[in-house]
Write a protein that binds this ligand. Structure first.
Ligand SMILES: Cc1cc2nc3c(=O)[nH]c(=O)nc-3n(C[C@H](O)[C@H](O)[C@H](O)COP(=O)(O)OP(=O)(O)OC[C@H]3O[C@@H](n4cnc5c(N)ncnc54)[C@H](O)[C@@H]3O)c2cc1C
Length: 397
């Protein structure tokens, strides 16, 4: 059977699900995208404006290498599919290095990661007067339009208001049966991208993922508006279609949906504090009256995305203890997998930058193609890393 005759089901029409659909489209695999909501990008991927730029570490690490590759991959898709004409955005992001520590970290990151000027360069951000990294091709962007355009290019069969209730691999493991709120769907591959609703799926319960509350403000375009997005702990985006976004406060513990007006106020005050040469020109505003959006992102224990074939923890041989392994070098932990089920989750606060590349990596690994990254980076992404860690600590029940 060729790829063409196979059917993939993608669960979740956020930026992660859309990215997988694009990777599947490039391989001509028939794809059904389902989402329990009424349309795409209604949850974490539904903010009015977000920022795209890579995550850097002082020394070269799997995290910074992955993030830089993901950013370059994003730019290649952006170019190839002419997304600049289709997705509202403004180019250019400043990342302030206004403490000794942050200057030390990020100026060294440029050297250790051998970053070229067109990706990032040292600069001075004019409204704060502070040293900064400038990402000329970083972007303030509409995540909703980005998701919709990627879906438009991928053209999957879509089923909205269709919730995945349960799934199982057939005994002979050739098909996956999905029970949904509108009936059964049989497929050859299942891709899970349920975002913060991962916990509804009992197959994912063991993964160390957390739901994190985030709050942003959608403010009318200020005069003058900053021409580039600025990150200073919080962030203020460039203006798109008459609005800017001021973000974000995050909370892992209290997750209520109601806006916290005191947080809106403190974000606004902090903006005036940090960017006085910008905000002092603005008309007085009451930040408690700005539109507020609360949404939830998913964060893994090590804050790195989870991308790969899903281990089948119910088939794990728990008699093999890590300690036994040390005593008897012949024993190793054999990780059983669901043959045709992959996961992309834990995108944290970088989903816009990381998802297209993660989708490509996931699909190429599920189809047993050559994976476009080094083994070290791949190992830092696959869900197995948590299983091995838990096994070493004897935390698997
Ligand atoms: C306040 C805030 C600000 C952020 N700012 C930025 C930013 O500036 N830059 C950046 O890169 N990232 C940012 N992020 C992170 C980014 O938004 C996320 O990483 C990304 O949107 C996650 O996408 P996703 O597709 O995994 O999840 P989601 O967009 O949440 O999509 C998951 C989808 O799965 C569907 N679903 C769930 N369960 C089921 C089921 N059982 N059946 C069917 N469908 C189901 C849901 O309806 C949903 O549509 C921000 C996040 C937050 C919360």
């Amino acid at each position: 059977m060729t790829h063409k005759e196979k059917i993939a089901v993608v669960v979740g029409a956020g930026i992660a699900g859309a990215s997988i659909c694009l990777a599947l489209k490039q391989r001509n695999i028939k794809t059904i995208l389902i989402d329990s909501d009424t349309g795409p990008a209604k949850h974490a991927s539904g903010n009015p404006i977000g920022v795209v730029y890579p995550f850097l570490t002082k020394h070269k690490t799997s995290e910074s290498e992955f993030s830089l590759d993901a950013f370059r991959y994003f730019l290649s898709i952006w170019e190839r599919f002419h997304l600049k004409n289709l997705v509202p955005h403004v180019d250019g992001i400043y990342f302030l290095m206004d403490t000794k520590e942050s200057y030390d970290r990020y100026s060294n990151a440029i050297i250790s990661n051998q970053i070229q000027n067109h990706i990032a360069k040292e600069s001075i951000e004019p409204f704060s007067g502070s040293p900064a990294l400038f990402f000329p091709e970083g972007k303030s962007i509409s995540p909703v339009d980005l998701t919709k355009q990627i879906l438009f290019l991928s053209n999957p069969e879509t089923k909205y208001s269709c919730k995945l209730l349960s799934w199982k691999e057939e005994e002979n493991r050739s098909k996956v049966l999905c029970q949904t709120s509108i009936g059964e769907i049989e497929c050859d591959y299942l891709f899970l991208t349920q975002g913060y609703q991962f916990a509804d799926d009992p197959h994912l319960e063991w993964l160390p993922l957390r739901k994190v509350r985030g709050q942003i403000l959608k403010i009318p375009e200020q005069k003058p508006a900053n021409p580039f997005g600025i990150l200073y702990g919080d962030y203020i985006t460039s203006a798109i279609e008459g609005y800017q976004v001021l973000g974000a406060t995050f909370d892992e513990f209290k997750l209520e949906e109601e806006p916290r007006l005191e947080e809106s106020e403190s974000m606004w005050k902090e903006l005036f504090n940090r960017l006085p040469n910008l905000s002092n020109h603005w008309e007085p505003e009451n930040p408690r009256l700005f539109a507020t959006r609360v949404s939830y992102r998913t964060q893994s224990q090590d804050r790195h995305p989870i991308v790969g074939k899903l281990p089948n923890i119910s088939k794990l041989d728990l008699t093999v203890k890590y300690q036994n392994l040390l005593r008897n070098a012949n024993k190793k932990m054999n990780i059983p997998y669901y043959k045709s089920v992959g996961i992309l989750n834990g995108l944290g606060s970088r989903g816009l930058t990381h998802s297209l590349y993660s989708g490509e990596i996931l699909v190429s690994s599920m189809l047993e193609e050559t994976i476009p990254i080094s083994e070290t980076i791949f190992k830092s992404l696959i869900p197995d890393r948590f299983l091995i860690r838990m096994w070493k600590r004897d935390q698997l029940i």
